[in-house]
Design a binder for this molecule. Sequence first.
Ligand SMILES: Cc1cc2nc3c(=O)[nH]c(=O)nc-3n(C[C@H](O)[C@H](O)[C@H](O)COP(=O)(O)O)c2cc1C
Length: 318
Amino acid sequence: MPDLSLNLASLPLANPTLTCSGTCGYAFEYADFMDLSQLGAFVTKSITREERVGNEPARIVEVRAGMLNAIGLANVGLDRFLAEKVPLLKRMPCPVIVNVAGHSFDDYVETCAAMDGLDCIAAVELNVSCPNVKDGLTFGTHPGRLKELTALVKKVLPHKPLIVKLSPNVEDITHTARATIEGGADILSLVNTFTAMAVDIWKKKPRLANVTGGLSGPAIKPIALHLVSRVYRTVAKSAGVPIIGMGGVQTWQDAVEFILAGSSAVAIGTALFVDPATPNKICQGLTEYLVKMRIDRLSDLVGALEMPGDQPAKSTYP
Ligand SMILES: Cc1cc2nc3c(=O)[nH]c(=O)nc-3n(C[C@H](O)[C@H](O)[C@H](O)COP(=O)(O)O)c2cc1C
């Protein structure tokens, strides 16, 4: 049986499938639909220092090859998260990663500091790229500010790996990737959603109350894959910083593409709305693929994509 386990920086995972933040709440809402024990890790909805009700509806609409969301970071806030959700998270059968968002340096620092001492939390992921909140783009689009934010958070999080989740809504994602690595990020995750819109032609109005939202799902997969490949080859590989790839992952073949392009693990979001068992099915497909390819460890496949100009690698296919 091939080995699907991996180490993401200092974070050991039994397999490479994670949930995408914001697509299955704080975990237990999903317990009836998904075998949580089979996940590599569960990633929570973004938590902010203050409770947020989020945007007016409509805040989710389906589009041809994915969905648009403009949830506006609706969440219970730090105090209620600690009081109501953490006791439940202590019973989680897989590692839990808490996603943190904010509107100021202090917001991020205070919320992340509160996570550092919690044994039930394996790592923190920073959402610096939510395209739905007015000033949300600020941190994720300016390399200087992103580096400063990463460094500030890293200081208050000495006991947990820090994942920084990159926005695709930038001119050159390798600049923001490099900034987070210089700031001390242990792991990169990419990508968040792409700013987009949809129009109701009969009402002659935008379909989302917020006008724009984040596009996710199969529509973004080839772009997300390209961005992972670029970040891996340009900065992450040489820095030894692992990548969690995401954006339209729906099948085991999608996962293999992301892993070959340089992702150590993959996160699954929009596909969960179609089939909550997607992560389990991806693991099954990955195992069968590794057997066929005669590869013992999934980690041997990370970044194994052969690009024009590379030294040819020995084929493992029988
Ligand atoms: C309904 C919805 C809510 C989301 N909420 C968050 C969030 O709170 N924080 C965050 O970092 N990303 C959030 N995302 C982005 C996802 O985590 C992920 O980066 C993106 O959807 C791409 O993956 P996918 O195509 O597999 O969904 C959300 C996505 C969706 C569809």
